[in-house]
Design a protein around this ligand. Structure first.
Ligand code: TXA
Ligand code: MG
Length: 336
């Protein structure tokens, strides 16, 4: 049975946090909000607990999980935090940035998918921080969606998808960014983006120096050598086929001239106004944060609709737009 508890995202009730933290300590699974998306968490130090995450999600065992800490002191106990990150930790954490560090033996090999490294972050969400601190152990948590499905950005989706599959769900409404953290790894050439996310390259470069963004990270080309184990797999996808035409003008021409009536149109408010037809809106293209928040829910709306398939256009790849385009490309098939 899944225990579902409403919790205030800013001032969480300590009694509910205690119950959730005890569930983690006993080896259970808890769905909790972060500032990016909901996570499906368990004790990152215990193989048997972490296995419950893979089981609940149906996640391939070779795709490692992100491990969440409540403070830099806690992180230091479990992973080898590099000196350069230690020096600027307060500028990136708490926040939606995941850095790959060498692990110690204290982090479960199941959470790491047997890698020597671990993706680590301190989430900027009072519920998540209180939960981790209360449990007294780092929490391994992938995005809470079932494997291949769009990430979960509000508690209604979490309950619909995970009730009966986990021990507890913390119902805290909507997450702030609605798109996952930026995953970075240090290499000889500097920090490289393994997965674009809520914090853009432009915001990270003043802190971390020049950042490498490969074609694979943009998901612009088919990937021969995946940057992260997660890249091999289908991701973020609606159940129905989603097509894309990245160029806005070409998209408008296609929808006006060739679209069949059983194809849903997912677009910005501005494009919807030009088309003058019923669309699934992702908000104003002048606010890419709004588009990011509406993106995964738009995929879910497509699935819930009577349409047979859907089509979406592209967005500028600046700031959070890089993550938006990465998710769209992974979730869709290019039509042009
Ligand atoms: O915002 C987020 O990052 C959310 C919240 C819950 O924190 N979590 C999340 O986790 O998106 P997940 O499991 O859906 O994505 C983790 C990504 C995967 O692409 C995985 O392959 C990569 O991070 N990753 C994790 N550990 C890694 C490692 N040691 N080396 C390379 N990639 C790693
Ligand atoms: Mg995920």
């Amino acid at each position: 049975m899944t225990i579902i508890r409403k919790v205030d995202q800013v001032y969480p009730d300590p009694v509910i946090i205690r119950q959730a933290a005890d569930t983690i300590k006993k080896g259970g699974t808890v769905v909790f909000p972060t500032e990016t998306v909901y996570g499906l968490g368990a004790d990152a130090t215990a193989d048997s607990s972490v296995l419950n995450i893979y089981k609940a999600k149906g996640r391939p065992a070779d795709n490692p999980l992100i491990v969440h800490f409540s403070s830099i002191d806690m992180m230091r106990e479990y992973v080898h935090v590099s000196g350069d990150i230690e020096a600027i930790a307060g500028r990136i954490w708490p926040g939606p940035v995941t850095i790959i560090f060498q692990s110690t033996a204290k982090i479960s090999v199941v959470a790491r998918a047997s890698l020597p490294t671990v993706g680590s972050r301190i989430p900027a969400n009072p519920v998540a921080l209180a939960l981790i601190a209360g449990a007294g152990v780092p929490i391994a948590a992938p995005s809470a969606n079932l494997s291949t499905r769009p990430s979960i950005v509000n508690s209604a989706e979490a309950i619909a998808e995970l009730d009966g599959k986990v021990d507890m769900i913390l119902d805290a409404g909507e997450t702030f960014f609605g798109i996952e953290s930026t995953v970075l790894k240090w290499s000889e050439k500097g920090y490289e983006i393994l997965r674009p996310g809520a914090i853009g390259v432009e915001d990270l470069e003043p802190i971390l120096g020049k950042i490498i963004v490969s074609e694979a990270a943009r998901a612009a080309s088919s990937v021969d050598k995946p940057l992260t184990p997660g890249m091999k797999y289908r991701h973020y996808s609606p159940g129905k086929t989603l097509y894309r035409i990245e160029d806005r003008e070409a998209f408008i021409a296609y929808v006006e001239g060739k679209r069949r009536s059983d194809m849903a149109v997912i677009c910005s408010d501005e494009v919807a106004a030009i088309l003058g037809i019923e669309c699934i809106s992702v908000g104003s293209e002048r606010n890419l944060y709004e588009v990011a928040r509406n993106l995964f829910p738009s995929f879910r709306k497509l699935d819930a609709s009577a349409y047979k398939n859907g089509i979406i256009h592209g967005f500028p790849e600046s700031g959070i737009g890089l993550a938006i385009m990465n998710r769209i490309r992974k979730a869709s098939v290019s039509l042009l």
